[in-house]
Design a protein around this ligand. Structure first.
Ligand code: DGY
Length: 323
């Protein structure tokens, strides 16, 4: 019997690609180039399964291509805001994702950004590399304390809770959060976390604010001029969620005018073409969407896609179907 045909849109860890090659008639993206809309349309017409990832854009005009063979999008990533889910649903396309396995690595990057922004880590690195460092002095690059400070989490899912655990148990931070529904009482008790009634209630109380909500229309520009204005001038904003949760222009203005102390960003609007004004600011730390970028996490993400494909082709319930 012919093996199902599977297309992988970007390079994956070698061990996962090797397994895919054993199981399926697989086409790999050997030069790792980002696909064009036309390449995606052709993929949907010619493969049983297409496995995109978070940097691939799959809008309605791509997903609604005529003559589709594809039945499943096995997304490599937990976020799926790059896929037009309404159209996918209407077109009968199953979408799966990779939850659970990138929780700790993404929370680690959120803590990395928090620490770098608080302690001016990237700025210090630039100073040393520039050759302009004149040596230690009592007033050099003074920064903000992390230990014992207050961390506010917007969204309180797996990654936010993992960050809260590191922040509370590792750094003695006080945890505030906002979430539409109440969190598990055992988790809340373990973190001594306090739920705020609204984002407006949370923001003025925090030294650090970290974003953990999904991207998409519902959260677009959730952090805007008005909400940045509610943060303390000494506070830092951390974003490892999705770029469009923050209005970049508003954030640039707030950082430039020192209305907040700093920001640590792993994700951007129009990624990877971030607003060049960010590059002119010393009080923002910029990482290239590294949240899940550890070898074991990326391998585990690939394994999750494999499990979803295996279930699909065996006609079994899908472990991580998102619609
Ligand atoms: C995801 O899986 O959505 C992450 O953003 C990748 O790091």
């Amino acid at each position: 019997m012919n093996k199902p045909t599977v297309l992988i849109t970007r390079r994956w860890p070698a061990s996962v690609e090797a397994k895919l090659q054993m199981l399926y008639d697989v086409t790999l993206n050997r030069d790792d180039h980002p696909f064009t809309a036309d390449e995606f349309r052709q993929a949907l017409q010619h493969y049983d399964a297409v496995c995109p990832t978070v940097c691939d854009s799959l809008p309605a005009e791509v997903l609604s291509v005529a003559g589709k063979r594809c039945k499943i999008l096995g997304n490599f990533g937990v976020g799926y805001n790059h896929i037009d889910m309404t159209t996918a649903r209407a077109e009968g396309l199953i979408v799966t994702n990779t939850p659970g396995v990138l929780t700790e690595s993404t929370a680690d990057i959120a803590m990395t950004l928090l620490l770098m922004s608080a302690r001016r880590g990237a700025e210090g690195d630039r100073l040393v590399r520039s050759g302009r460092w004149a040596g230690w002095c009592p007033t050099q690059m003074m920064s903000s304390d992390v230990s014992g400070a207050t961390l506010g989490l917007i969204g309180f899912g797996r990654i936010a809770q993992a960050m809260a655990h590191k922040a509370h148990h590792g750094f003695g931070m006080n945890i505030l959060y906002v979430k539409p529904s109440a969190a598990d009482p055992a988790v809340v008790a373990n973190l001594k976390a306090v739920r705020c009634a609204s984002i407006e209630d949370l923001l003025p109380q925090c030294d650090y604010v970290s974003l953990h909500c999904p991207g998409g229309n519902e959260t677009r520009h959730l952090i805007n001029d008005q909400r940045l204005g509610l943060m303390k001038p000494s506070a830092h904003l951390i974003n490892t969620a999705r770029g469009d949760v923050v209005d970049s222009q508003a954030l640039i203005r707030a950082l430039r005018e020192n209305r907040i102390a700093g920001a640590g960003l792993d994700v951007y609007e129009n990624e990877p073409r971030l607003d060049p004004d960010f590059l002119t600011l010393d009080n923002v730390t910029l990482l290239p969407h590294l949240g899940s970028a550890t070898i074991s996490t990326r391998t585990a993400m690939g394994e999750k896609v494999l499990a979803n494909l295996a279930a699909f082709f065996a006609g079994e319930p899908l472990p991580d179907q998102v619609m």
